[in-house]
Design a protein around this ligand. Structure first.
Ligand SMILES: NC(=O)c1ccc[n+]([C@@H]2O[C@H](COP(=O)([O-])OP(=O)(O)OC[C@H]3O[C@@H](n4cnc5c(N)ncnc54)[C@H](O)[C@@H]3O)[C@@H](O)[C@H]2O)c1
Length: 420
């Protein structure tokens, strides 16, 4: 690790490659480009400090540059030890952003880097999974006093925030970006659907057609992962704990069964529940020799690794991002990217056009919370519908398409209870 001015990055000489990556995504993020133009004129964050914790790859880097273009002093750190790209970090330092991040830090280093970002005493934060907020509400409450509010990226982070709000512990308003239509309908479904298979395919270099894929959890992400597995020619099984989602998966054409049955059949497993231990000891006992496990949920707790280790006689890395566990009965089970989000830890994350909408929401939500924080109170708030709709309109325009508007007669008809 090297310290460059205020930043801590792995290797500053990697910057040229990082700049190329950021330029590539910027060219594919037209919605965020429009917001950058607005921010450059309006300077909504002038004189403010913003700390960002997100999967630190090129799309995120461009978001950081957009927030800086809005007048902020920006500090950025990762949100997962394996999803930080060192060349992108180096480029951001050259672009005048303070970076505290590197690929694959130890758990202690990872946390130290998050704390360093918070020690800049930010006015606003962008969080992904709730790590920044959690530190600000536990061991480093002293750094929370000046925070006006922030925005949270993902399902798991929002669950954590809502638990804090319920206990009356939340100290500032947080916008639930994940719950906006332009986030989960596209990012969680199409983004995760495509990028999970990109990650699995580039890591394993194995065929998917004809194999059995078990998708654990049929939420917004799970629907995308299952849909794309079907498109690749797999036989797809869905496991769920929610009866409605179970029916939905069945009607979408997938086999639905408990994990204990699915475990016997799967060649590939993808967990995407936001829950812990969804694949565990009892399931490893019945798996086929050579089963490949991966996770797309936020934390690496969905596949229970300690139980697998306890059942194994040895473990070795057989290919970049593939660990082979040799079970004591002779079978082998593989885990991709140490059970961390496979699309980010073993890939480049969602496509740029998807993150264009998500990060446009992030940028607008940050401005919203800064404008309204005094009125919002210490709550988890939704992205206002008007912002959600604006992102969709910008997106349609960038696609060179448009939609119809209601006629006056139609408006009256829809508003009336007497007319039919
Ligand atoms: N990999 C990525 O890029 C990415 C992107 C967005 C969200 N996420 C993360 O993915 C996870 C899922 O997000 P989501 O938006 O799909 O959430 P969601 O709440 O829409 O869906 C989760 C589903 O998992 C099911 N589930 C819970 N426990 C289960 C169990 N034991 N077995 C089977 N099913 C179970 C729930 O009933 C629910 O239907 C979260 O951790 C989220 O933060 C990852």
């Amino acid at each position: 690790m090297t310290t460059v001015e205020k930043s801590i990055v792995a290797d500053i000489t990697l910057a040229p490659e990082g700049h190329l990556k950021i330029d590539w995504v910027q060219a594919h993020m037209p919605v965020l480009n429009r917001i950058r133009e607005q921010f450059e004129k309006e300077q909504p964050f002038k004189g403010l400090k913003v700390a960002i914790s997100l999967h630190l790859e090129a799309k995120t880097a461009y978001l950081a540059k957009v927030v800086k273009a809005g007048g902020a002093e920006v500090t950025i750190t990762g949100s997962n030890p394996l999803s930080t790209q060192d060349d992108v970090c180096a480029a951001l330092v050259e672009d005048g952003i303070t970076v505290f991040a590197k690929y694959n830090p130890s758990p202690e280093e990872y946390k130290e880097l998050l704390i360093k970002a918070l020690e800049t005493k930010p006015d606003l934060i962008i969080d992904d999974g709730g790590d920044l907020v959690s530190i600000l509400h536990s061991e480093r409450k002293d750094l929370a006093v000046q925070v006006r509010g922030g925005a949270e990226e993902t399902t798991t982070g929002i669950l954590r925030l809502k638990a804090m709000e319920k206990e009356g512990k939340l100290e500032f308003p947080m916008v639930a970006v994940n719950d906006a239509f332009c986030k989960y309908l596209f990012d969680n479904r199409y983004g995760t659907g495509q990028s999970v298979w990109d990650g699995i395919n580039r890591t394993t270099n194995l065929v998917v057609a004809g194999k059995t894929v078990v998708v654990v959890g049929y939420g917004w992400c799970g629907k995308g992962v299952a849909m794309r597995a079907k498109g690749l020619g797999a036989n797809v099984i869905v496991t769920e704990i929610d009866a409605i989602k179970g029916v939905e998966a069945y009607m979408d054409g997938f086999a639905v069964m408990p994990m204990l049955e699915a475990a016997k059949l799967g060649d590939f497993f993808v967990t995407v529940t936001g829950n812990r231990d969804v694949i565990r000891g009892e399931h490893y006992k019945v798996m086929k020799d050579g089963a490949i496990l991966s996770n797309a949920g936020h934390f690496d707790v969905e596949v229970n690794k300690p139980e697998l280790e306890a059942m194994s006689s040895s473990k070795r890395t057989v290919r970049r991002n593939i660990e082979e566990y040799q079970l004591t009965d002779g079978r082998k089970v593989y885990i991709l990217a140490e059970g961390r989000l496979v699309n980010l830890a073993a890939g480049d994350g969602h496509p740029a056009e998807i993150m264009d909408m998500t990060f446009a929401l992030q940028a607008m939500s940050l401005k919203y919370v800064n404008d309204e924080y005094k009125k919002l109170g210490k709550t988890v708030v939704n992205v206002p519908y008007v912002l959600d709709e604006q992102v969709a309109r910008f997106k349609l325009e960038s696609l060179g398409t448009s939609i119809d508007s209601l006629t006056e007669e139609q408006k009256m008809y829809l508003d009336s209870w007497a007319e039919h």
